[in-house]
Design a binder for this molecule. Structure first.
Ligand SMILES: CC(C)(COP(=O)(O)OP(=O)(O)OC[C@H]1O[C@@H](n2cnc3c(N)ncnc32)[C@H](O)[C@@H]1OP(=O)(O)O)[C@@H](O)C(=O)NCCC(=O)NCCS
Length: 164
């Protein structure tokens, strides 16, 4: 699925979006390691962008550098957000919202009827972001995160009735 060439958007502060490519991975890994207690490996991202036909990843570029990224898996008409992160020095400027908005648009275009994600109970920033985009809390996965046994909130957003 991750075969499309770069797509650019005129964002109000010069942000551009691209499908994540192997050449982005060093910068993605740097953000990943500063954003998550159990970061994904280079190998894991490489598999996602080069081999996993169910995966779709984007990067947000500022002046050609990776400012953030987001990804999902799409299985039939269901999308599952796997990760979203913004460079720590660039947070709070709307980049996370722009990334998620782009990802939701792509999910809908690629045929998803609904999209889900897990988020740490303590992650107020991300939960606020998802809620403001229309995601609703639908359940709890107990001790989902292995590093500290924290619970995950399961959130869903429906684009359309799956029967149509
Ligand atoms: C979550 C994350 C991607 C948000 O990116 P960001 O660029 O900082 O977010 P934005 O500036 O676009 O803000 C989007 C919304 O998030 C929420 N938010 C952002 N900063 C916040 C803060 N300090 N406190 C509370 N809510 C906040 C708000 O709802 C905000 O919308 P608003 O500005 O209209 O009020 C970013 O904080 C990050 O990379 N965190 C570490 C990785 C992570 O936790 N990823 C999510 C895993 S589920």
């Amino acid at each position: 699925m991750a075969t499309e060439a770069t797509r650019s958007n005129d964002w109000k502060f010069g942000l551009q979006f691209s499908v994540m490519l192997p050449e982005h991975l060093d910068q993605v890994l740097a953000i990943e390691s500063e954003s998550f207690p159990v970061p994904w490996s280079h190998q894991a991202f490489m598999f996602e962008v080069t081999e996993n036909d169910l995966a779709f990843y984007i990067v947000a570029l500022l002046d050609g550098k990776v400012a953030g990224y987001a990804g999902m898996w799409i299985v039939l008409d269901e999308a599952h957000v796997t990760n979203v992160a913004v460079h720590p020095g660039l947070r709070g400027r709307g980049i996370g919202r722009a990334l998620m908005t782009e990802l939701l648009y792509r999910a809908a275009v690629l045929g998803a009827a609904r999209i889900t994600l897990e988020v740490r109970v303590s992650n107020r920033v991300a939960r606020n972001l998802y809620k403001s985009l229309g995601f609703v809390d639908r359940g709890i996965r107990r001790r989902y995160y292995s590093d500290n046994d924290e619970d995950a909130v399961v959130m869903w957003l429906c684009f359309r009735d799956a029967r149509h």
